[in-house]
Ligand binder design. Sequence first.
Ligand SMILES: [Zn+2]
Length: 225
Amino acid sequence: MAPGPWGGYRNGEIPVSAMVSVRGELFHPAAAAALQHLENQFAAQFGSEFIITSGYRPLGSPSDPPNSTGRTQWGSWNWYRKYGSPLAAIPGKSNHGWGLAADLGSGIDTAGTPQHRWIAANAPATGWVTGRVAGEPWHVEYDGSLTAPPTTEIPEGIAMSFSIVPAADKDGGIWLVPLNGGHRVRIGDPYHVELLQRLKANTGSDQMLLAEVDIALSYITAAHS
Ligand SMILES: [Zn+2]
């Protein structure tokens, strides 16, 4: 899913109930899960979570007073028109209006810092990416199409409830990405094999789940052989 429309909503007019909050800012559910995961990794690396200065940005109205904080898209645009900086998207065109963009602080907002370099290197494995808006190192976007699912041998007639995506990190794990937009799960450590085998033993006659577990097991085995 590249950044763009989802759920039948209009840009900047997405109901709060359709989104998920991360540290007080709202996002598309899959983007939120991935951002929370990235936040956990960042905290493990740098000792504290990063600041999210802006997430979902409602459209607002043309009469909104200029504001630089991204309270509404029209407010940001009116500020840009008046003061010339920072650059704002034309109202209705911002990826903040899809809940698929975030502005980050904590050193990430300055190019060349260890924090920004770490985010640029590690965010893509979660679907978040830097560098989509020139001159805005703080701006990251969620692009679920970054890691295309690999070809898998799926038995005829079996509908998958998740896709399997190789992790981009050096550990060679895989992601199970639910097709309903739920939390993606990273598996791939050898101990997950035992967990999956136990799951398989208790699955009974759910052929779809059995097939998915087999595929997951084959990926882990391939990654560690
Ligand atoms: Zn932004």
